[in-house]
Design a binder for this molecule. Structure first.
Ligand code: ATP
Ligand code: MG
Length: 436
């Protein structure tokens, strides 16, 4: 029998959140943390620092097994979270002398006196337990009420996150709330949109929860997830669904990988095949090389790059002829071809990649719209060219150019070897069906 999945509410308390002064990063952290541990967050809310609003948020969370509130545990009058929980559960707040002494000691270590207002932080609710705060004065709170659990955590993330790891985790384990995990498999699909992907996978009856998440860098993450209570059934189900999806995607010629950065996969592939790579970058301004350099061991494959943004640099550093630029333009098939061969002469790298495009927002025309990008690829003696028009703002166009170029090289390298087989170790497949 499946153990029931635990549900949780995450409530960020603070008037500054409601005024848009800051984002609720505590909730982002907690939602991820709980998800990974198989707890389903069904309510996520923000409320200001009033007894009424906090009380209403607790009511909204009435169906959840676990209610976690962050913020409003400080010493000032506008910190009301403790009072609101006590009122919600109909329990009194009591002054905890031992807790006060530990807060006092903490203060006296750093300052000469303790403000009277800090006494509020030693208020605890009848039947509740304090969660120690290693990095601040406000203790957290844990309590059980009618088989449900309530947790109060301090607002500042440097206090909140260690408290989750060091104190809350233990309470959850003791209470049997961490009795499973979320089994999750991710496939990254390139050159295809969410809706086209959903249509393509429609014939498969999946046994797990399927999610489609678009990344700004120009790919769609396909998530298969299911709660696994430790018996392995959830894990087996997501693996089976992933396998079915991979087979269908491969048959349809979609380029996909596992849940790994493309730059890392490319680097591994280059190193495994003994290649060196160089970039001639116009539109990306050096970002392609920088993306590869983020990975340790980049020196094993990266020869270098030339940022040739101006026409003059394209001519002097990459030998592009002035006539090519005046006849065809800097963003053209002809120019990237000369950039690519110039790059080979300059670097001797076995894999040479050139990009030239219009990142916008200005500079587009009807014939050459913003987003138009030409890419030249030279691997060994094989040269080819691709042209794409990416949509989005400037940074997204640049990011998608990098994703596209890296994907193109990765597929070409895998293709060299795979010849007729349907993929390589990273799950890359060959046929080019880019629509982006
Ligand atoms: P303190 O004892 O520091 O007053 P507190 O528990 O009362 O802690 P708040 O007063 O609500 O917490 O918030 C203190 C600070 O913590 C905020 O100014 C903000 O910088 C940060 N903070 C609070 N809530 C959040 C949140 N949900 N996400 C990110 N940061 C937060
Ligand atoms: Mg405060």
């Amino acid at each position: 029998m499946d153990q029931k999945q635990i549900t949780a509410a995450v409530i960020g308390i603070g008037t500054e959140l409601m005024r848009g002064k800051m984002d609720d990063t505590n909730a982002t952290f907690l939602c991820r943390w709980l998800l990974e541990r198989g707890i389903r967050v069904t309510v996520r809310a923000n409320v200001g620092d009033t007894l009424e609003d906090i009380g209403a948020a607790f009511k909204r969370a009435a169906a959840c097994d676990l209610v976690i509130a962050t913020g409003g545990l400080g010493p000032t009058d506008d910190d009301l979270t403790r009072e609101a929980l006590a009122a919600h559960l109909g329990r009194p707040l009591v002054f905890d002398e031992a807790l006060w002494q530990s807060i006092e000691a903490l203060f006296l270590k750093r300052w000469k006196t303790v403000p009277e207002s800090n006494k509020r932080q030693a208020l605890t609710m009848a039947g509740a337990e304090a969660l120690p705060n290693r990095f601040g004065t406000a203790p957290g709170m844990w309590c059980e009420a009618d088989g449900r659990y309530f947790v109060l955590l301090p607002g500042p993330p440097p206090e909140n996150q260690p408290m989750v790891e060091l104190a809350l985790r233990e309470k959850l384990v003791q209470s049997g709330l961490l009795a499973g995990e979320l089994a999750l498999r991710v496939i990254r699909c390139y050159g295809i949109g969410e809706s086209a992907l959903a249509d393509m996978l429609q014939p498969i009856a999946f046994a797990t929860e399927v999610g489609y998440y678009f990344s700004q860098a120009g790919y769609v993450e396909l998530h298969f997830s299911r709660f696994d209570n430790g018996d392995g059934a959830g894990r087996a189900a997501v693996e089976a669904d992933e396998k079915k999806a991979r087979a269908l995607l491969a048959a349809a010629g979609v380029f996909f990988t596992g849940n790994e950065e493309l730059a890392k996969l490319l680097l591994d592939e280059l190193v495994a095949r003994g290649h060196s790579i160089a970039f001639a970058e116009s539109i990306t301004g050096g970002a392609m090389a920088a993306e590869l350099v983020k990975n340790p061991g980049a020196s094993q494959a990266l020869a270098g790059g030339i940022v040739a943004y101006s026409n003059k640099m394209k001519q002097t550093l990459l030998d592009v002829s002035p006539e090519t630029i005046s006849d065809s333009g800097a963003v053209s098939e002809e120019t990237v071809r000369e950039m690519t061969f110039g790059l080979r002469r300059a670097t001797g790298a076995s894999v040479c990649v050139s990009v030239s495009g219009i990142a916008g927002p200005d500079g587009g025309s009807e014939a050459k719209p913003v987003g138009l990008t030409h890419c030249g690829f030279l691997i060994g003696e094989r040269y080819w060219h691709k042209m794409e028009t990416f949509v989005g703002g400037r940074s997204r166009i640049i990011a998608r150019t990098i994703t596209f170029a890296f994907g193109e090289v990765l597929q070409a390298l895998a293709h060299n070897d795979a010849k007729g087989s349907s993929g390589n170790a990273s799950g890359a497949t060959q046929k080019d069906v880019r629509k982006a």
